[in-house]
Design a protein around this ligand. Structure first.
Ligand SMILES: [Zn+2]
Length: 563
């Protein structure tokens, strides 16, 4: 995954989470973040950081990297590549040309893939246009909007009956014809009655009676057609969406690789800083490659009298998504993830009953009618993607554990050409953190954000915007009269439960609130996490992380053959 955005800091940088894993650390209890509290190379009070460097013949440095990423899962870590980039220096023609041709090749594959995807998108847009057309008709029926239906009949159906027969063609000679037609109800069929009601000639009444009968037949038919077509086209729209998603997934790694490779001069503000350091040292770099790896695993403390853990209805012992972390480290525009990914703040409406998110501006849930609450895109990603995966124990996450060790590997590889031959140089900047799981949640959200940036990029080139995933369900609720067939089939029991539900709604209306779990700030303890630094945090957690840190360090040193 390669995107041009900085990594959310854990070492005191901004935006980021300030480390508090020290005696009297700020907000201990609300969260825990113990680890190096300064950028690489700075004096840090914490010894959980090391920089290991190795230089060898081409290939040897990469081998070191691979042995590390293969070993970490064996030690129980979940390993994620958070960032990767390669920069090739133009001063070395051979490398540079080779990179350009690789980039061109990638570009060709991407363009081809995009062309097919674009065709699918065009098809999708057409279908969506049709869908909206039938949606309009359903809406007319639902609103009992006879006027619009009649206008539609005149302009789209009657007009094809031909010159001298269609109302539009007779109207110049009979100026009141159309407005008279608009005044007719479904009951106005008999010629004499129409003539009397509208005070018109019998000849005109004959025409109106015929037209009204045709209109009634058409109206009956068009509703059936609209209902049927709507469901059918809806199915097609869904299948096109699936096709486009498949194209996108296929394209993603190519685009990611394409974006990852930067030629000298293309590099961004963020990366050029990292790179400059190498250029200054070697002055001979042919390429520089940066890889950022996040790895975590549960911190299982070996306490003798471990208190019984109670899993809450949320599925967690302590809910990792709390209002403190949400406001301070996610939604805050200066210190939170939103400083890097402003779209996290996009407002959404949320129905607590249906557990569904909608675009902003819906006051009431279109499915159940409940009043919605204001939420954000960040809430949606956490609640719909991260927490369900967490509860399912994916990514080595455990809903019954609340502390993790988190390793941040910032790996830089530089190739250089010297008179004595080619060399490959690798530096591992390793940082070990002990974190409460609400801190880990923010880092997982960051990874999701980085994935979504690539997806947004692809969506942008494709120019697509997917609609609501439950459009059919919503249409049925939004146009109940148009879909009355289904409604009528409700059993007595269902009707009764509907009634009961309505009464319940009236009573519960006053108590609705956002249900983001609040950290227990009101209790004597400052939060749900450990706050006694000396007795508990150091003894139970930091020691464990320290042990694993030493293990990783020793592993790499041994592989480097230094020992
Ligand atoms: Zn709802």
């Amino acid at each position: 995954m390669s995107i041009d955005k900085p990594i959310f800091a854990l070492d005191g940088g901004k935006p980021g989470i300030p480390p508090n894993g020290k005696p009297n650390g700020k907000d201990l209890g609300k969260y825990l973040l113990a680890g190096p509290d300064g950028p690489p190379g700075s004096n840090t009070s914490n010894n959980q950081t090391i920089e290991l460097n190795f230089t060898g013949t081409p290939g040897t440095a990469s081998a070191l990297y691979y042995s590390l990423v293969f070993q970490l899962p064996k030690w129980g870590f979940n390993v994620i590549k958070a960032d990767e980039w390669i920069e090739v220096s133009p001063t070395h023609q051979e490398y540079y040309q080779r990179t350009i041709s690789t980039k061109k090749q990638l570009e060709g594959i991407i363009k081809e893939g995009l062309a097919s995807a674009t065709a699918a998108v065009a098809d999708y847009e057409l279908l969506k246009h049709d869908l909206r057309k039938y949606e309009d008709i359903l809406n007319y029926f639902n609103e009992e909007d006879e006027h619009s239906l009649k206008a539609m009949f005149i302009d789209q159906v009657d007009v094809h009956t031909g010159e001298g027969i269609s109302m539009r063609s007779i109207a110049p000679r009979w100026p009141t014809l159309i407005s008279d037609f608009m005044k007719l109800t479904d009951e106005d069929i008999e010629v004499d009655k129409i003539a009397k009601k509208l005070n018109i000639s019998r000849a005109e009444a004959v025409i109106l009676s015929t037209k009204n009968r045709l209109y009634k037949v058409w109206k009956k038919k068009i509703l059936d057609v609209a209902r049927e077509r709507y469901s059918l086209i809806y199915g097609l729209v869904k299948s096109r969406e699936k096709t486009i998603t498949e194209y996108k997934n296929w394209l993603k790694p190519y685009i990611s690789r394409f974006k990852m490779t930067v030629l000298g001069g293309e590099r961004s503000e963020v990366r050029s800083k990292t790179l400059k350091a190498y250029a200054d040292i070697t002055g001979q770099a042919t390429f520089a490659n940066g890889i950022r790896i996040f790895a975590w695993k549960v911190l299982k403390t070996a306490e003798i009298r471990k208190p019984l853990k109670e899993v809450k209805p949320s599925g967690f012992v302590i809910d990792p998504y709390d209002s403190y972390v949400r406001e301070k480290f996610i939604l805050n525009k200066e210190t939170g993830l939103a400083a890097i990914y402003p779209w996290l703040l996009t407002e959404l409406d949320y129905c607590q009953k249906c557990k569904k998110f909608y675009g902003a501006g819906i006051e009431k849930c279109p499915i159940c009618g409940e009043r919605t609450v204001k939420m954000t895109e960040a809430d949606k990603i956490v609640m719909k993607e991260i927490l369900p995966e967490w509860k399912a124990s994916k990514m080595n996450l455990d809903p019954t554990e609340s502390y993790y060790m988190f390793f941040d590997f910032d790996i830089s590889r530089v190739g250089s050409r010297l008179p004595i031959g080619e060399l490959e140089d690798i530096t591992f900047d390793i940082r070990a953190y002990t974190v409460s799981h609400n801190v880990l949640l923010v880092k997982i959200l960051e990874i999701k954000c980085r994935e979504k940036e690539i997806e947004k990029y692809i969506d942008e080139i494709l120019g697509i915007k997917f609609g609501e995933s439950d459009a059919l369900e919503i249409a049925k609720k939004r146009y109940p009269k148009a879909f009355e067939v289904e409604e009528k089939e409700k059993t007595e029991l269902e009707k009764f439960s509907d009634e009961l539900h309505k009464i319940g709604e009236e009573f519960s209306g006053a108590f609705k609130k956002i249900s983001i779990p609040k950290t227990q700030l009101m209790f004597s303890k400052p939060g749900p996490y450990e706050s006694h630094f000396k007795d508990r945090i150091t003894k139970n957690y930091l020691k464990l992380t320290g042990g694993v840190f030493a293990q990783i360090k020793d592993f790499l040193i041994e592989k480097m053959g230094v020992r």
